[in-house]
Write a protein that binds this ligand. Structure first.
Ligand SMILES: *[C@@H]1O[C@H](CO)[C@@H](O)[C@H](O)[C@H]1NC(C)=O
Ligand SMILES: *[C@@H]1O[C@H](CO)[C@@H](O)[C@H](O)[C@H]1NC(C)=O
Ligand SMILES: *[C@@H]1O[C@H](CO)[C@@H](O)[C@H](O)[C@H]1NC(C)=O
Ligand SMILES: *[C@@H]1O[C@H](CO)[C@@H](O)[C@H](O)[C@H]1NC(C)=O
Ligand SMILES: *[C@@H]1O[C@H](CO)[C@@H](O)[C@H](O)[C@H]1NC(C)=O
Ligand SMILES: *[C@@H]1O[C@H](CO)[C@@H](O)[C@H](O)[C@H]1NC(C)=O
Ligand SMILES: *[C@@H]1O[C@H](CO)[C@@H](O)[C@H](O)[C@H]1NC(C)=O
Ligand SMILES: *[C@@H]1O[C@H](CO)[C@@H](O)[C@H](O)[C@H]1NC(C)=O
Ligand SMILES: *[C@@H]1O[C@H](CO)[C@@H](O)[C@H](O)[C@H]1NC(C)=O
Ligand SMILES: *[C@@H]1O[C@H](CO)[C@@H](O)[C@H](O)[C@H]1NC(C)=O
Ligand SMILES: *[C@@H]1O[C@H](CO)[C@@H](O)[C@H](O)[C@H]1NC(C)=O
Ligand SMILES: *[C@@H]1O[C@H](CO)[C@@H](O)[C@H](O)[C@H]1NC(C)=O
Length: 424
């Protein structure tokens, strides 16, 4: 019945799901192996996020997907380098997409010589409204992944490799070629990015910015600055609008102190980049600030036209963390409002996500659905604000009551005294 009407909804949901896998589940890892007979020559355990820019009939679109669980090694194209070709790992996924790494060695070191990405624009699920079709191949020869022979290359930090209009971001990577055994060598060669994460805060454009954002310190940060975040839909209209100050409250194991510490971290809107997606029943807002990625998922009940904040996800890789922090909860029920309205809460509110992570919001107003002309619609105010507003009303009413009582008492008193004169 409503199937036809809901097709775009379904597509949005699928895209959202893909986006979620891309953004949120960066932990999702695949294991890939190239073998000859019984012996393994290349093995990789990694997560990869692919961001591809492609042209649509009118403009350009970006799509982000992570290498799915179902990714497999294409034995036909992959090679151990025994047949005159260089060792080559080719991973295939979806309908006609592939990611390839080729290797070379000089006897003491091995090196990823190039990275190849093939994507199939005819896959309309991934590339809706693409102006072209067929398989596009892009390549990069400056990959920067190398290690001594007989060691495993390890890099937990995200590493981005650009190729044509695409970017491949590897993280949680362990990889070895020219393997002496069938398993990754226990000796590891740790990438430069992992070695410096404790020494320096994530790179930032200028030193002035760096001073304001040096990794969260132990001093209480005060109230966060209010930022405005918006997401645009396919035709460039603002479809999700949020204004708020965000303070993250995270408990994690500190590397320097070797114990669990609790950190309050203010998001600085000057340094954040919002992104996300809109649909008729789900919308997401992703706020990225250097090594911190925070995402909000809003859900709309299409029957009642009521919406709420249903999911929060945090990925953080702060300099003092002993391991990247990841937390998510997708069964939340915060910030309820209804279609055609925004939700507002000026009072500080605490959104508990998991025991280790909560968010304090300040001066918040959000509208994830039905934004028109880039403006908030009439606000539904939270109970806390209404209570706050009640206090001056109660005080005012009490004062008015007091004035009234005094006045009445005075009038009665005057009348009595008049009466008194008359009896004399
Ligand atoms: C692979 O392993 C099996 C069982 O372990 C063995 O029977 C077979 O001969 C091996 N093949 C090669 C090419 O080594
Ligand atoms: C796609 O991504 C590129 C680089 O990240 C950015 O410059 C461009 O504005 C994005 N385009 C769209 C339509 O989001
Ligand atoms: C590209 O995708 C289309 C549609 O999904 C499919 O029919 C085609 O076989 C794919 N191309 C390759 C080379 O797999
Ligand atoms: C192999 O390459 C590394 C890194 O470029 C270099 O340090 C080393 O000397 C080279 N070894 C040989 C045998 O050429
Ligand atoms: C790895 O290969 C690239 C491209 O061939 C080359 O520029 C680079 O110097 C090599 N690095 C090492 C360490 O061998
Ligand atoms: C779309 O494709 C057609 C034919 O290939 C081409 O002429 C046109 O310039 C393309 N449009 C854009 C925006 O790339
Ligand atoms: C790597 O390990 C294999 C087997 O343990 C050994 O034969 C080879 O000499 C080693 N290569 C280097 C460069 O250490
Ligand atoms: C984007 O939002 C505007 C305003 O809500 C709407 O008119 C337009 O159809 C939307 N475009 C897409 C591609 O969803
Ligand atoms: C593409 O551009 C034309 C003319 O500029 C416009 O009428 C049409 O709505 C646009 N289509 C989309 C999907 O944005
Ligand atoms: C951290 O603490 C644990 C137990 O509290 C201890 O076993 C471990 O050796 C400590 N590590 C460092 C680097 O101090
Ligand atoms: C953000 O930028 C504004 C204007 O450029 C500046 O006034 C403000 O202090 C900055 N906030 C932070 C926290 O750096
Ligand atoms: C929408 O709300 C109605 C009434 O509260 C409820 O019965 C229904 O399960 C909800 N639908 C969804 C998809 O949550």
């Amino acid at each position: 019945m409503n199937w036809i009407k809901e097709m775009p909804v379904i597509r949005c949901l699928v895209l959202l799901l893909i986006a979620c896998f891309g953004f949120l589940d960066r932990i999702q890892a695949v294991t890939l192996e190239v073998k000859v007979g019984n012996s393994t020559c290349i093995k990789a355990e990694l997560s990869a996020l692919l961001s591809i820019t492609y042209t649509t009939s009118n403009s350009t679109s970006n799509v982000s997907i992570s290498l799915p669980d179902s990714t497999s090694v294409d034995a036909g194209s992959s090679s151990c380098g025994t047949d005159g070709r260089p060792p080559w790992l080719v991973a295939v996924f979806g309908s006609g997409h592939a990611l390839g790494l080729s290797f070379s060695t000089n006897g003491s070191f091995y090196n990823v010589t190039d990275l190849t990405l093939q994507y199939n624009l005819s896959d309309t699920l991934l590339f809706p409204e693409a102006n072209g079709s067929g398989v596009v191949t892009v390549m990069s020869t400056s990959v920067g992944i190398w290690a001594p022979i007989n060691t495993t290359y390890r890099c937990a930090s995200p590493t981005t490799i650009r190729a044509g209009g695409a970017a491949v971001t590897f993280s949680e990577m362990r990889l070895e070629a020219y393997m002496p055994g069938n398993d990754l060598s226990p000796a590891e060669s740790v990438c430069a990015a992992d070695q410096t994460t404790t020494a320096a805060p994530p790179t930032s454009a200028s030193t002035t910015v760096r001073t304001t954002t040096a990794a969260p310190g132990p001093t209480p940060p005060g109230t966060p600055q209010t930022g405005t975040f918006s997401v645009r839909n396919g035709s460039g209209d603002v479809c999700l609008l949020a204004k708020m100050g965000l303070q993250l409250n995270v408990s994690y194991v500190s590397q320097s102190q070797n114990k669990t510490v609790q950190e309050l971290f203010n998001m600085n809107p000057n340094l954040t980049a919002p992104s996300g997606s809109c649909g008729s029943s789900t919308a997401t807002l992703v706020i990225t600030q250097q090594a911190t990625t925070l995402s909000f998922t809003f859900s709309m009940n299409l029957t009642t036209s009521q919406y709420h904040l249903s999911g929060i996800n945090l990925l953080a890789n702060w300099s003092d963390m002993s391991a990247p922090f990841s937390a998510s909860n997708s069964s939340l029920d915060y910030l309820p409002s209804k279609l055609g309205h925004s939700y507002m809460c000026n009072t500080e509110q605490t959104l508990l996500v998991v025991p280790d992570f909560s968010i304090n919001t300040f001066r918040l107003q959000v509208q994830p659905f039905g934004v028109t002309a880039g403006q908030f619609s009439a606000a539904e105010e939270c109970q806390l604000d209404q209570d706050q507003m009640l206090i001056p009303i109660i005080v005012g009413a009490a004062l008015a009551g007091l004035v009234l009582i005094v006045l009445i008492a005075y009038l009665i008193g005057r009348k009595r005294s008049h009466a008194g004169y008359q009896t004399i």
